[in-house]
Write a new protein. Structure first.
Lengths: 424, 293
């Protein structure tokens, strides 16, 4: 166990004096803590705690665990009341880590090292650490797509004869898929193809956006300081010139996806699209909301596409129920907007606008958002339906602040967005 | 060791920083583990003050690096003194020195300008290095900072590698305008500073505002806490509270309840946007006052 110890950890004695005059390079290494005295059980439980934190999305490495052992061994934290703040400072890396820590700590140390699953299932804030829980929920694979569709097949599109379609591959089919309303994409193979298209679409968008940006990079001016520096060896005669380019920051895309019951037919598809976006834009953030708002970019950055999408699709399903768009936006404005939104941010809200909250609140929150970001795009799958007009009260309250109100019921409509994004 | 931590909190109080219990632990841990401390929190909760207080506690020098967009190594680490270099070249050419000798000469320590990061690792006694608003700097700079924080050495191509003579205590603050990299976060201990609770804020007011009476300080702290609960664009920080307390003390008020008018008018110290100002209108101000005072 001693091998876990951070080699640089010094005896705590060193900091006990008045502080000034310490010489960090001196001072012996910390003597190995009395593991024997401290029952190997402590060490094991600490390792268990580290694992629990890791399971809950904390970034805890060996170095942290080693430091934690050193803290445990120091007499300063003999009482649990001082252990908690110490471990919190060590293990937390973000504000959300910070907020969840107490709960996890209490559950673990008071609950005699109970395992992660049990903690989360009984906890009121389980949605805050959804990824892990969802991954463990063992929902059959078939449920991850759009399960409701299976029943509707008979009454569905004439375009979807049940047999043989899945095996055929080809441009024409892909082509036609891009215009089919996503509600009607039912065949698992088709679903897969649609999702692949969505991911590819997101990547193309990114590529084109970047290219357009580079064409604009012509503003050059002389970097006088570097020029002089570079020419000092020529005796100050300016021979080599150093140029300065304007650094253009890439467009940042922030997507808020409505995962409420009324959107359920589209959610799985958009989750895939989100993954594509987060994966290929250098700066992108994704949020999912229904009655609450969840920041999902970290789960989406999972290397394993299927797993990432599964996690989120499940999360979105778990979220069914009423939609509180206004409240979710308020949460976004209060906790996330400042961090994720800058003046080069396009905000994309994907929602049908059926809000069970107050439309006034939605309007107010939209007004605030409008002031922060460059463009607000509202994608509404319902626009694709015939005879749709934005009657939902929430939708009407939000509309004045929306720069682009566009359909999103099929891939083609998403692709149509790309030139618009490129102009931003 | 418990003493040492309590000692830190006593010393913080002695230098005028009223700490919550947990920050004393974090500062103690910084010493214990020799890791930098990353502080986050709303604007105005006193993140920068922690760095200053820490320097005072240890009687160490405070070296501050204010980050901004476009901050580069020239401004943060070192810079050559070009004017002097050019001058040296001209004069030495005049006396017919050869080019190699000149180059050797002009790229020596004499022509090196220390910037905060280099200064921080070249002191004989460990200073406190305060890297303020690190989220404003670019990602490239963050990566560079990470390297410096783990190796505590700097390589200057013309001069060679400079090793730290002392390891500074490093405090980083972030306002959360940009997400910091996981690597940097993991390198650091973390502490989230919240707005102080009423009692602590009252203590802060008492410490920082000379000649204010306890009851008024408490009233002010309660009032500010109530104002913070309103739906504001810019939530007033501790600095604003202190401004307001100084103003009220300057007006020689003793009881906020007696002077609702003055309270409303001086609240410009707390509310810094037109929108917030109109949100906390006269009636609202009086209502809050009724509740807290």
């Amino acid at each position: 166990m001693t091998s876990y110890h951070h080699p640089e950890v010094r005896a705590p004695r060193a900091s006990k004096g008045d502080g000034p005059g310490r010489a960090p390079f001196e001072g012996g290494l910390r003597p190995p803590p009395q593991d024997d005295g401290r029952a190997p059980g402590t060490v094991r439980r600490l390792a268990g705690f580290a694992r629990t934190l890791r399971d809950n999305g904390y970034k805890v490495g060996l170095a942290e665990t080693g430091d934690a052992l050193a803290i445990l061994a120091s007499p300063a934290v003999a009482r649990p009341s001082s252990l908690k703040p110490a471990l919190r400072a060590l293990f937390c890396a973000t504000h959300s880590d910070w907020e969840r820590f107490d709960e996890i700590f209490d559950a673990f140390w008071r609950g005699e090292g109970m395992r992660q699953r049990q903690i989360l299932s009984g906890s009121p804030s389980e949605s805050r650490a959804p990824a892990r829980k969802l991954a463990e929920a063992h929902v059959p694979q078939e449920a991850l797509g759009l399960p409701e569709h299976a029943e509707r097949r008979s009454g569905g599109e004439e375009e979807s004869p049940a047999d043989g379609r899945g095996r055929r591959e080809g441009a024409s089919r892909v082509e036609s898929l891009s215009t089919v309303d996503l509600r009607h994409v039912v065949n698992p193979d088709d679903i897969a193809a649609t999702h692949a298209l969505a991911a590819r679409l997101a990547r193309t968008m990114r590529a084109r956006l970047v290219r357009r940006e580079q064409v604009r990079r012509h503003g050059r001016r002389l970097d006088l300081r570097r020029t002089i520096h570079r020419n000092v060896s020529h005796g100050g005669t300016l021979i080599e010139l150093a140029w300065r380019r304007r650094k253009i920051k890439p467009l940042r895309l922030v997507v808020l996806l409505d995962a409420s019951g009324s959107m359920s037919l589209y959610t799985a598809f958009f989750v895939r699209f989100l993954h594509g976006v987060v994966d290929s834009f250098r700066e992108a953030e994704a949020f999912v909301f229904h009655t609450r708002l969840a920041h999902v970019s970290p789960s989406l950055r999972d290397r394993d596409v299927t797993r990432a999408v599964d996690k989120l699709a499940l999360m979105a399903q778990g979220m069914g129920g009423g939609t509180r768009i206004g409240e979710s936006l308020a949460t976004f404005n209060r906790w996330h907007a400042r961090r994720v939104i800058n003046s080069r941010t396009a905000l994309m809200i994907v929602s049908d606008g059926y809000d069970t909250g107050e439309p006034e609140q939605l309007g107010e929150q939209m007004r605030r958002l409008r002031r922060r970001c460059r463009k607000i795009i509202w994608l509404n799958p319902l626009i694709g339906w015939r005879d749709y007009s934005p009657q939902a009260r929430g939708m009407r309250a939000a509309l004045p602040y929306v720069d682009l109100f566009a359909p999103a019921h099929n891939l083609e409509s998403l692709a149509a967005l790309e030139p618009y994004l490129a102009r931003i | 060791m418990t003493i040492a931590r309590e000692e830190i909190s006593d010393k913080l109080a002695a230098v005028g920083y009223i700490a919550d219990r947990d920050i004393a632990t974090a500062l103690w841990l910084m010493e214990f583990l020799k890791r930098p401390l990353l502080l986050e929190g709303e604007a105005g909760v006193g993140k920068t003050e922690v760095g200053k207080a820490l320097a005072a506690v240890h009687g160490a020098e405070l070296i501050r690096l204010q980050c901004y967009e476009g901050l580069d190594q020239n401004a943060a680490l070192y810079e050559w003194n070009y004017q002097r270099q050019l001058l040296a070249i001209k004069t030495r050419e005049g006396i017919g020195e050869n080019a190699d000798a000149i180059e050797e000469h002009i790229f020596s320590e004499k022509y090196l300008l220390e910037r905060p990061l280099l200064a921080a690792i070249r002191r004989d006694r460990a200073p406190v290095l305060l890297i303020d608003e690190v989220d404003r700097a670019d990602e490239e700079f963050e990566a560079f900072l990470l390297e410096l924080l783990s190796d505590f050495q700097v390589s200057i191509p013309e001069l060679g590698t400079i090793k730290a003579t002392s390891i500074p205590r490093v405090v980083l603050t972030s306002n959360g305008t940009r997400e910091l990299s996981d690597a940097l976060r993991r390198r650091c201990l973390y502490h989230y500073i919240d707005f102080p609770e009423v009692d602590r804020e009252a203590k802060i007011i008492l410490t920082r505002t000379p000649g204010i009476d306890t009851s008024l300080a408490l009233q002010i702290a309660r009032m500010v806490a109530a104002v913070r609960k309103e739906d504001l664009r810019k939530v007033p920080g501790v600095a604003e509270t202190l401004d307001w307390a100084a103003t009220l003390a300057g007006l020689e008020l003793h009881d906020l309840r007696q002077e609702p008018e003055a309270v409303y008018e001086t609240m410009i110290c707390l509310l810094k946007t037109h929108e917030d100002r109109s949100r906390v209108a006269r009636e609202v101000s009086e209502r809050l006052l009724g509740k807290v005072a």
